[in-house]
Design a protein around this ligand. Structure first.
Ligand SMILES: Cc1cc2nc3c(=O)[nH]c(=O)nc-3n(C[C@H](O)[C@H](O)[C@H](O)COP(=O)(O)OP(=O)(O)OC[C@H]3O[C@@H](n4cnc5c(N)ncnc54)[C@H](O)[C@@H]3O)c2cc1C
Length: 395
């Protein structure tokens, strides 16, 4: 489970022309900041002024757009204010802290534990993160900040909640490798209505939509804790269309990002049918059953032959071990992270002679760093050690 890798794979899949027949690849940009909107005479948004953060002169440039979608997470209100300065804020930042412990807390790497009711009535997960037990999380209302750090109280809270299960003798502080925190972009409870017109849904769509809403309801119940804490704020998402045409997708969960994206596209197609009638042939989002880069075999690509993915990945893993002499744990790691694209990481490593481990305790290898710079738009050291090869989170 590596959330930023899933994010990267989604982005790089989106960028491929004709990945699905007729698909127009997206243009991706890293270190580009939105500064303001370009508006027409009526005040409608027709583009944005942006700045390349890596350009020493910091010159702004214009990007014209039929639609602008604000999915700036916890910063979504800043973008909404660029459109309408007095708009009511909707984002409620909630800090969540995770702890990573040394191996050995769980009996095997495939185990996970859910503690269903902490003393503040929440859930606590212990799951495997790159072979290490990751425990989380807290849910604390907080101010917006660009440097989010865990508080000692949160670290102590998590350790206190583990004690009934792992005993007083376990050396929690000595086995703690890292602690980190992030801000959830929650949306205020009274404004989180997603307006979806279900009147023209087919019976199949209605059933799928019903199931989706039930799952969301259950997730919300599971995450709800004390009445007045941030845990009681909905984890649903909201799609808002401003009078100037800014579409803001706010809140929600990582788990439901595809469904959120699909709803947003459907909303745009519904609000502005004339804008796309000559350029888009679909009338609804196409994300269901959409394979990401690295998740399919060449046989599937070439002949349409769909194999069981576990078997495909096992074959690729064996290929790396026997053909390229990659140690088994590294092969497993590469397949898990890059899927079938792991061959490219190894090929680069062979050309540059850098298939060595970055550290003896971990399966990360040097060529991953090169690959992330050549093929994954990594620019600064943090891009690599936090988002591509996430050693900084582990240890
Ligand atoms: C501790 C914690 C635990 C969580 N656990 C779970 C979980 O178990 N399951 C789950 O499904 N979800 C979980 N979440 C929630 C999940 O991480 C978020 O819902 C998700 O990341 C939101 O994605 P997003 O793309 O909307 O926002 P973000 O991931 O915040 O992305 C917004 C992006 O917009 C960029 N941006 C902002 N302003 C500008 C600007 N002016 N110009 C250009 N770019 C800009 C930011 O740099 C950022 O890259 C958790 C969150 C936290 C913090």
């Amino acid at each position: 489970m590596h959330d930023s890798r899933m994010n990267l794979n989604s982005l790089f899949t989106a960028a491929v022309d004709d990945y699905n027949p007729g698909m127009k690849g997206a243009t991706l940009a890293n270190y580009v900041e939105l500064k303001s909107f370009i508006k027409d005479d009526q005040g409608k948004i027709i583009g944005a002024m942006c700045v390349d953060k890596m350009d020493p002169e910091g010159k702004e440039f214009a990007v014209k757009a039929k639609n602008v979608v604000n999915c700036a997470g916890v910063h979504a209100d800043d973008i909404r204010k660029m459109d309408k300065p007095d708009v009511e804020e909707r984002i409620v930042p909630s800090r969540g802290t995770h702890l990573i412990f040394k191996k050995g807390m769980l009996t095997t790497e495939n185990n996970g534990i859910i503690i269903p009711a902490t003393s503040d009535g929440r859930l606590l997960f212990i799951i495997n993160y790159f072979g290490h037990p990751m425990v989380g999380t807290t849910d604390v209302l907080t101010d917006m900040t660009h440097n989010c750090e865990p508080s000692q109280d949160e670290i102590d809270f998590i350790i206190k909640e583990l004690k009934p299960y792992f005993g007083d003798d376990y050396d929690y502080k000595g086995n703690l490798l890292s602690a980190w925190a992030g801000l959830r972009p929650l949306v205020k409870a009274d404004t989180n209505v997603v307006e979806v017109d279900r009147s023209d849904f087919s019976i199949k769509d209605k059933a799928a939509d019903f199931l989706k809403r039930k799952v969301r309801w259950l997730a919300m119940k599971l995450h709800s804790g004390k009445k007045n804490g941030s845990a009681s704020i909905s984890r649903n998402h909201a799609i808002e269309v401003s009078e100037n045409g800014l579409i803001s997708l706010m809140g929600g969960k990582w788990t439901s990002f595809r469904s959120q994206g699909e709803e947003t596209i459907d909303r745009i197609l519904k609000e502005y049918p004339d804008r796309f009638k000559d350029s888009v042939k679909h009338t609804t989002g196409q994300t269901l059953n959409f394979n990401l880069i690295g998740s399919y075999s060449r046989a599937q690509l070439r002949d349409g032959f769909i194999q069981n993915s576990t078997a495909v990945f096992q074959q690729y893993e064996d290929f790396l071990v026997f053909e390229h002499k990659v140690p088994r744990d590294i092969a497993k790691h590469l397949i898990r992270q890059y899927g079938t694209a792991s061959l490219r990481v190894v090929e680069i490593g062979k050309i540059r002679n850098n298939l060595n481990r970055l550290h003896e305790d971990y399966p990360f290898i040097e060529s991953e760093v090169l690959y992330s710079m050549q093929s994954e738009m990594a620019v600064k050291p943090n891009d690599i050690i936090c988002r591509r090869v996430p050693v900084s989170f582990i240890d």
